[in-house]
Design a protein around this ligand. Structure first.
Ligand SMILES: [Zn+2]
Length: 199
């Protein structure tokens, strides 16, 4: 994994946090425009990451290529491979994640101002008084860095998960009754921006 790819989750987290501020504080007139601009940023970063991956794949193909191929042909193939590559945003997990986060943030942050609070929405809303949502189910203390498990949706504090994995690398989601039987890995966890904004 390149340095750029390693940075990508942090970049996307920062963009999502900016989106949270936009939802909380921007004028309604230009809110959607700003959110779209942020979404384009996520798209650009992730497409560039896909382009890097493609170039790396082309380079490793070159180095494993036959020695009797001439240099011009190799260069031509490489250039064609670079210019014909089309990043696919429809399978872009970071973009999907951005859309989900923005939808959650709108529900939880902008929802406070909305007047049409039907019961179903009220259940989903999180306010600062709703302290239970901020208690780590593992450590039972207030979370400092809530992380959401992308597989089952459960949320725990980052420090608790790190401690849990240190004790047993082959651990599963610690929530009693969770149907997610996959071993817990940090790659499956993302910052829970919605909760962080309520802290
Ligand atoms: Zn779970």
């Amino acid at each position: 994994m390149s340095e750029f790819e390693k940075l990508l989750p942090n970049i996307c987290d920062s963009i999502a946090k900016t989106a949270a501020h936009v939802i909380s504080y921007a004028d309604d007139d230009n809110k959607e425009e700003l959110l779209d601009a942020l979404r384009s940023n996520v798209q650009n970063y992730t497409e560039n990451s896909q382009k890097f991956q493609n170039i790396n794949a082309l380079i490793s193909n070159l180095s494993s290529g036959r020695s009797d191929t001439n240099v011009e042909e190799i260069l031509q193939n490489f250039n064609d491979g670079v210019s014909n590559f089309q990043p696919d945003s429809s399978t872009n997990e970071f973009l999907k994640q951005y859309d989900t986060r923005v939808a959650d943030l709108k529900k939880n942050l902008a929802g406070e101002k909305s007047t049409d609070n039907d019961d179903e929405d009220a259940d989903m809303q999180m306010t600062e008084e709703d302290g239970a949502n901020l208690i780590c189910p593992i450590s039972k203390v207030r979370m400092t860095e809530p992380m959401k498990n992308n597989i089952c949706g459960h949320v725990y504090d980052k420090a608790s998960i790190i401690a849990l994995l240190r004790g047993n690398a082959a651990t599963r989601c610690p929530i009693v009754g969770c149907s997610n039987k996959k071993h817990l890995i940090m790659d499956d966890l993302t910052s829970d921006i919605v909760r962080q904004m309520c802290m």
